[in-house]
Design a protein around this ligand. Structure first.
Ligand SMILES: *Cc1c(COP(=O)(O)O)cnc(C)c1O
Length: 455
């Protein structure tokens, strides 16, 4: 018997995932190992512990345990804002006149406004368990810094955030939210670190980049007693924690006998997409079911669609381990796209490998088309999306419109990663017709690619 599908599918608290899904363990071809930034040898647990908490270092290197228990304290925190609803976009379907069924998983129902809290709380928990005093991190658009500040406040940890200078200046309210949760926020590049001073000397007046802020945060953690570094995307551990997004989505769809045909997510460092697709991709890898997966990135920072699949540094200062990934080069400074969370030069190794092996597709979209989709979505579905999330909306709408032409009744699932209340300056630009679509030339991309390490 087919149940009628409600606008919002909420799970019971008891249906919350009790284990994270480690997608790497389902792979017959294991991912290429992380390499040490100076010796280029595979990273060991001891190397990792210099930078990360011991338990997180273990998770980072674990490519064989398929499911990892979520500690009860983390489940209890998740209960404050999870399960996140899976929403049937009836209004959007009607507005588009499509026979497709559209579902989205909404991760914006918490104060940080995005999915980042799912990993922030796990990273803070393990830091606390280890008896650390605090953590350092970077933030670009501000969502990760906010999430980690909230998580640190919950466990009574200190949180030092290096915020990319242009965001620090453009988004003062983001900064104040972090300070409300007790974080210490420094604009990056700063004079408080060696790498920051070096970058300022080389590029006076620079407005900063994510790669540079990462280097500053890592350096600070390494110099302070009782501190480790936390990263909000790109790493295996972050994808692991974000698997709650996909696990909940799958439970909700299964409950109503629904099966997604196409699964879509925006991709910055790849954590929300990696989390959303985790249980579905695991099925595909085991030959149990098939799905079409689409990663969506901005055409101004086209990591998957125009980058190279090689070993590269995760940061400008070259202090983090190297990953084999699709990258534009750690020296690539993307144009000032408004989707700050998608302006990263690389893509997590797990997704890079899946894409390289043809198990996942990628598409790049222009900024003005993304905002047009965001606005249309907001008007019919009510939620005001983050510009990052709107990349996924764009492609979900495009796929639904294709169904309208062909008459196919496909089921589309996409990740709505967050809300856009702190991004109203970019919405303003869009409304005033002042937004442009910047697409880097091959020569511009070549500069970043020329700087790739030769390994
Ligand atoms: C950070 C962020 C992203 C992109 O990061 P991923 O690691 O690729 O998921 C997307 N949407 C929002 C709202 C974000 O804050």
């Amino acid at each position: 018997m087919k149940k009628e599908i409600p606008y919002k599918i909420y799970l019971e608290e008891t249906e919350l995932p009790k284990q994270w899904l480690n997608l790497r363990a389902f792979r017959p071809n294991k991912p290429a190992p992380l390499l040490h930034p100076t010796t280029f040898q595979p990273m060991t647990q001891a190397d990792m512990e210099q930078v990360f908490c011991a338990e997180l270092a273990k998770q980072e290197l674990d490519d064989s345990t398929p499911f990892i228990d979520i500690p009860q304290e983390i489940i209890d925190f998740y209960k404050m804002y999870r399960p996140a609803p899976l929403i049937r976009a009836y209004c959007l379907e009607k507005a588009l006149g499509t026979p497709a069924k559209i579902y989205y998983k909404f991760e914006g129902n918490n104060t940080s406004g995005s999915h980042k809290l799912n990993s922030a709380i796990a990273q803070a928990y393990y830091a606390k368990q280890q008896g650390l005093k605090g953590v350092t991190t970077e933030t670009g658009a501000g969502q990760w810094g906010t999430a980690l500040s909230m998580a640190c406040a919950y466990f009574g940890l200190d949180c030092k955030v290096f915020m990319v200078k242009c965001s620090y200046e453009q988004k003062p309210f983001r900064r104040e939210v972090m300070r409300t949760y007790g974080a210490n926020v420094t604009p990056s590049p700063s004079t408080t670190t060696e790498i920051g001073r070096k970058i300022l000397e080389e590029f006076p007046g620079t407005s900063g980049s994510l790669g540079c802020a990462i280097s500053e945060a890592v350096e600070t953690a390494s110099k302070l007693d009782g501190y480790r570094y936390a990263l909000g995307s790109v790493l295996n551990q972050v994808l692991l924690h974000q698997s709650v997004i996909g696990l909940e989505s799958k439970t909700a769809l299964d409950k109503y006998g629904e099966k997604a045909d196409i699964i879509i997510g925006c991709a910055g460092g790849g954590s929300n997409l990696g989390g959303l697709i985790a249980p579905f991709m695991a099925e595909k890898l085991q030959g149990k079911a098939d799905y079409q997966f689409i990663a969506v990135e901005p055409s101004s920072c086209p990591t998957l669609t125009r980058g190279k699949y090689v070993y590269d540094y995760c940061d400008t200062g070259k202090v983090c381990p190297l990953q084999k990934m699709y990258t534009l080069g750690s020296g690539f400074i993307p144009a000032a796209s408004h989707a700050g969370g998608l302006r990263y030069h690389g893509m997590t190794s797990t997704l890079s490998q899946l894409y390289d092996e043809g198990l996942m597709q990628a598409r790049s979209v222009k900024q003005t088309e993304v905002f047009a989709a965001a606005e249309q979505f907001a008007r019919v579905e009510g939620i005001l999306p983050a510009p990052e999330s709107a990349h996924a909306i764009r492609v979900a709408m495009d796929e639904a419109l294709k169904c309208k032409e062909t008459g196919e009744q496909k089921t589309i699932l996409f990740g709505l990663t967050g809300t856009g209340y702190f991004d109203m300056m970019s919405y303003e630009k869009f409304h005033d017709g002042k937004m442009s679509d910047y697409i880097p030339t091959q020569a511009e991309l070549q500069k970043g690619l020329d700087g790739l390490p030769k390994i």
